[in-house]
Design a protein around this ligand. Structure first.
Ligand code: C2E
Ligand code: CA
Ligand code: CA
Length: 438
């Protein structure tokens, strides 16, 4: 083979290698390069720290300033990262606006993340300066780990752990968080079958009137009984809200409630008004009302027999017009309760505007009654406002007789809590209505 021909071949091979390993926008290595280079470093004995760095709202930047500027920005970010780390360290662009860094040797995480943040959160392209926000996931790898992909996954998990926490620029991987993620995926794998296998059961917690001492309402609370184990709502509801399975579960609970009300009506003259929890995801789902009305029709249930509980947090939303949705619900003659009132930072203005009937005072306020009655002053304020706005009040999580007396003094309407009853199975609820011992 002549020399000229060989040279051409080498050049061609180098160009192909470049394509396979170099990111054309930043000139840094790409994902493949990151895998290879990090793998090489893992063979060394020293400590390594892997950081995944993500530019928040890069899409918005691209839209606002165009792709050319967007690409220039990525290039500048790459440069700044390079300046912030040592020559022996690695930085590559893994995808869109995500950079992978691998630091060798002892690293002060606080210090390096702060340095990266300072360099990138205010960055220039030529003469023009931009403000950016970045978020980082950190994994400190001091064991003898060789699996690059699993190391990157851990840094990504650490990054996920700060999702939604806008004031926290970085998260560090912990075993605890990994356990949480594993548990979450276990729950997600079981949820569909759980509905099919009827593992969800609806319990009812009585609400007792402070005036008549009788049960006037009951809250439907779902339980997940899996064989011998019970999984608690505080664990699975937030997961279902995240993956939207809650829309299915809320509907399932609502149907069970309608079925149970229909049965109670054939047996008793007076039955409690049942309140049902509706997550925000269900509330804003398309056809929410139509679906629920259809279920009610099937069991011959009137809207007056049901109260819908919506957490205070769901009413504070800038994207969707919750008020419109609530007005529609109200037009259909449902009553609406604001759940966990006092925890969601809603404004007094909102209380006046929203078509609500009931305020459920959060347990955290009730708990203060025992410590110091003066600290319970907020309850007095809430009671005062409720009376002015003609709202019914329900105190939840009431555990002691002192709390009951205090709430009676301030004319709270209904009391729900262990002081009277824990949530009951439907069969027990019927006995309770009859006045039988449970
Ligand atoms: P929540 O709506 O605030 O329900 C009240 C919770 O306080 C219930 O917990 C209830 O069992 C508990 N509780 C009642 N009285 C007392 C008391 O005296 N002391 C204490 N320490 N706790 C008391 P649970 O059943 O574990 O439910 C937790 C949360 O899960 C509920 O909080 C609600 O937000 C959610 N949830 C339950 N069922 C459903 C459902 O069907 N759909 C939706 N979307 N959420 C539900
Ligand atoms: Ca509730
Ligand atoms: Ca509540």
């Amino acid at each position: 083979m002549n020399r000229k021909y060989r040279k051409l071949r080498i050049e061609k091979r180098n160009r192909l290698l470049e394509l396979a390993y170099i990111d054309p926008i930043t000139g840094l290595g790409n994902y493949n390069a990151y895998l290879e280079k990090t793998k090489e470093k893992l063979e060394m004995n020293s400590k390594k720290t892997v950081i995944i760095l993500d530019i928040d709202k890069f899409k918005t930047f691209n839209k606002k300033y165009g792709h050319v500027k967007g690409n220039e920005l990525l290039k500048r970010v790459g440069e700044e990262i390079k300046h912030a780390i040592r020559k022996t360290d690695i930085v590559c662009r893994l995808a869109n606006d995500v950079f992978g860094i691998c630091l060798i040797g002892e690293v002060d995480v606080e210090n390096i993340t702060e340095r990266l943040n300072n360099k990138i959160s205010r960055i220039n392209i030529g003469e023009i300066w931009y403000n950016l926000r970045i978020s980082m996931g950190v994994y400190i790898c001091d064991k003898d780990e060789r699996d690059v992909q699993s190391i990157i996954d851990k840094a990504i998990m650490a990054h996920d752990s700060i999702k939604g926490k806008y004031h926290v620029p970085y998260g560090v991987f912990t075993e605890k968080f990994e356990q949480k993620v594993i548990r979450e995926s276990e729950i997600e794998n079981m949820m569909e079958d759980a509905i099919k296998n009827k593992e969800f059961e609806v319990y009812y917690q009585p609400q007792i009137s402070t005036k008549t001492e009788k049960m006037e309402g009951a809250e439907a609370l779902v339980r997940w009984n899996k064989a011998e184990n019970r999984i608690f709502p505080n664990e699975f509801i937030p997961i279902f809200e995240k993956n939207y399975f809650i829309i299915k579960l809320d509907e399932y609970v609502f149907e069970k409630v309608c079925e149970n009300i229909q049965e109670m009506k054939t047996q008793f003259k007076d039955i409690p008004k049942i309140s049902v929890n509706i997550s925000k995801e269900s509330l804003v789902d398309r056809n929410f009302l139509e679906k629920y009305e259809k279920i009610m029709k099937k069991y011959d249930i009137m809207p007056e027999e049901i109260e819908l509980e919506i957490t205070e947090g769901s009413t504070v939303n800038n994207d969707i017009d919750i008020q419109k949705i609530l007005n529609k619900i109200k037009q259909k003659r449902f009553s609406i309760a604001i759940d966990d009132f006092g925890t969601g930072y809603s404004s007094l203005n909102m209380l006046e505007m929203m078509p609500i009937d009931t305020l459920k005072i959060d347990k955290s306020f009730i708990d203060r009654i025992d410590i110091n009655e003066e600290k319970a002053i907020l309850i007095e304020v809430i009671m005062f406002i409720s009376k002015k706005l003609n709202l019914k009040t329900v105190a939840e999580g009431v555990e002691t007789i002192e709390q009951v007396n205090y709430l009676k003094r301030w004319n709270c309407d209904l009391i729900q809590g262990y002081v009277y009853q824990k949530p009951l199975r439907f069969e027990e609820l019927k006995k309770y209505i009859k006045g039988d011992k449970i």
